[in-house]
Design a protein around this ligand. Structure first.
Ligand code: IMP
Length: 176
């Protein structure tokens, strides 16, 4: 593994508090209705696991795999579905859960794909958003933290497959 020169950007405590806040908002938004929560693999697995536990509703868990980065620090601009959902979304309340929105291409691609499956409602959330990196208009219903256009790892986010298990978000000094 190539060691990165890291510094903590968002502490575990701040992430936890923010997730409780977003979980409560989503709970209130759907008030008693059932939801299908979609985890965008791989990066969202940690945010997803914590967020679904902060949502007090009946939840079905689904997973979708996409790749756009090919292990690099810049988006390839191409989104590829590597694992599809196992159930239809027609008529369902869907919560799409992403770790980070960078160019916005992945989120917009998935929003379009999900809307084509005719859910009752789609709500989107991303723990992190890099507003300066957006290459397209991309509206997210619940954003945890807006961050600078710097490469980050930890709390599910990786560099070449590593660092996902850090319990906080760290900034890599080596890039940008
Ligand atoms: P987008 O399509 O450019 O918005 O990129 C979304 C995906 O790129 C995310 O789901 C992450 O997997 C990855 N990504 C974007 N920025 C970073 C970063 O700073 N660190 C690690 N992964 C990132």
């Amino acid at each position: 593994m190539m060691p990165l020169n890291l510094s903590e950007l968002i502490s575990e405590e701040k992430v936890t508090a923010k997730i409780q806040e977003i979980g409560q908002k989503i709970t209130d938004q759907f008030s008693g209705e059932e939801v299908t929560a979609i985890c965008i693999l791989k990066g969202s697995f940690m945010y997803y696991a914590d967020l679904v536990r902060a949502i007090d509703l009946d939840i079905q868990c689904e997973f979708i795999g996409v790749s756009s980065y090919n292990g690099q620090t810049q988006s390839s601009g191409e989104v590829k579905v590597t694992l599809d959902l196992t159930t239809p979304l027609e008529g369902k309340n869907v919560v799409l859960i992403e770790d980070i929105v960078d160019t916005g291409l992945t989120m917009n691609f998935l929003k379009k794909m999900i809307m084509a499956r005719m859910p009752k409602q789609l709500v989107t959330t991303s723990l992190l958003l890099k507003p300066a990196a957006l290459k397209t208009d991309c509206t997210i219903d619940h954003v945890g933290f807006e961050i600078d256009n710097r490469f980050v790892v930890g709390y599910g986010l990786d560099y070449q497959g590593y660092y996902r298990n850090l319990p906080y978000v760290a900034q890599a000094q080596d890039f940008n």
